[in-house]
Design a protein around this ligand. Structure first.
Ligand code: FES
Ligand code: FES
Length: 156
């Protein structure tokens, strides 16, 4: 089936098999390997991307379901060589160790902060419930998202 999708501002048209998962389309067809695969049970969240502005697990969607959609992956977050505030937060607050979960965590946080710019710690923890990290113990991830929230509110 033919699909047309816009990924990180670039429009692509491809013939894909109906069974191709969106995460495999991004990684194997577009070579955007920043989106990770951490499980085969839709649990880990490593594959999270933004589809039409909403965070979704790209292993739970077929590429054909993304036909006509606007997609943002971790590769599309930085602007003009400037990290997105959430990326900067992970950098500043040491929000990662192995980094496997990080792209998914960041995309989830970007969507969350758009909806809740001034979250409590509890709300942040709730927001990242669908993203598993086996390294950090989550504390610095929460701090990274708090850093980003503050930075985005101050508009700097
Ligand atoms: S790879 Fe998608 S949830 Fe784990
Ligand atoms: S930093 Fe290793 S899984 Fe999160």
């Amino acid at each position: 089936m033919q699909i047309t999708v816009t990924v990180n501002g670039v429009t692509y048209t491809h013939d894909v098999e109906p069974r191709l998962l969106l995460v495999h389309y991004l990684r194997d067809v577009l070579n955007l390997t920043g989106t990770h695969i951490g499980c085969d049970t839709s649990q880990c969240g490593a594959c999270t991307i933004l589809m039409n502005g909403k965070a979704v697990k790209s292993c739970t969607i077929f590429a054909v379901q993304a036909d006509g959609a606007e997609i943002t992956t971790i590769e599309g977050l930085a602007r003009d060589g400037q990290l997105h505030p959430v990326q900067e937060g992970f950098w500043e607050k040491h929000g990662l160790q192995c980094g496997y979960c990080t792209p998914g965590m960041i995309m989830t946080a970007v969507d969350f902060l758009q909806r809740n710019p001034n979250p409590t710690e509890e709300e942040i923890r709730h927001a990242i419930e669908g993203n598993l990290c086996r390294c950090t113990g989550y504390q610095n991830i929460v701090r990274a998202i708090q850093y980003a929230a503050e930075k985005m509110r101050s508009g700097s």
